[in-house]
Design a protein around this ligand. Structure first.
Ligand SMILES: [Fe+2]
Length: 246
């Protein structure tokens, strides 16, 4: 791993010369593994099979309320700053996407995932697994209680660090609405250095991946509030994520 952050930053700057794209570029050389992983051929339209037209579907009884609180999954309290993350899920016309599954996964406060592939020297938290889910309500709102995730190193290049983020997966009401993406936190100094964040080359689209601090969502004596809205389809669609699952 001899590539330096300066090399990657130069590549990120060079990548800005082209058109600004709302979705991440599939082939984004500064994000090394995207070169080998992206599809090499144009997608082929296929007719969905019957099962794909009505599945996956989740009944309200399939997802318990407690699953939206990542701080109560173990006997003790996890370490770190407690946060509330909430927002509205809408389609491209601004209509609420109601009663749909929202799943999240994230690193703990020390930047470590509870996952075999993450072996970097930061502590695991026995009281934090880092996975949760909920259904949006009738007006398209979701809400999670969790811990502020830490930034973590990855091996894209020497001294590569990911800005703190929470992974999101949404199914929407059909397969064309499936969205896997990441939410970031405002003011992170790692934004300009991160080739995954920068693989979305349109600055406005990148901004739409960053939550806003919202004091009305902050609970007294309990947690800081962040608001992050998600658009599943249309030209304002939240940019996808291209990160390999941890
Ligand atoms: Fe991650």
């Amino acid at each position: 791993m001899t590539t330096s952050q300066a090399d990657i930053s130069r590549e990120i700057r060079a990548g800005r010369d082209g058109e600004h794209e709302h979705q991440p570029r599939l082939d984004y050389p500064a994000y090394r593994s995207s070169i080998l992983r992206h599809p090499a051929k144009a997608p082929q339209p296929v007719d969905p099979e019957g099962v794909e037209l009505w599945a996956p579907s989740f009944g309200r009884s399939d997802v318990g309320d407690a699953e939206a609180d990542l701080t109560i999954q173990h006997p003790g309290e996890p370490l770190g700053s407690r946060i509330t993350v909430s927002g509205r899920v809408a389609d491209g016309d601004g209509r609420a996407v109601a009663h749909q599954l929202v799943e999240i996964w994230q690193a703990n406060a020390a930047g470590r995932y509870a996952h075999l592939r993450d072996q970097h020297p930061a502590p695991l938290d026995p009281n934090f697994t880092g996975q949760g889910r909920c259904l949006t309500d009738a007006d398209g709102w979701y809400k999670f209680t969790t811990i502020q995730p830490g930034p973590y190193p990855w091996r894209n290049h020497r001294n590569a660090w990911r800005p703190a983020h929470i992974h999101f997966s949404l199914f929407g009401t059909d397969f064309t609405q499936r969205l896997v993406t990441q939410m970031y936190f405002p003011g992170d100094p790692l934004f300009p250095l991160d080739p995954i964040f920068q693989s979305v080359t349109d600055p406005k689209a990148r901004e739409s991946l960053i939550a806003t601090y919202e004091h009305d969502l902050t609970s007294p004596e309990f947690s800081l509030g962040y608001r992050w809205d998600i658009v599943l389809t249309g030209s304002h669609r939240t940019p996808l994520d291209t990160e390999e699952p941890a």
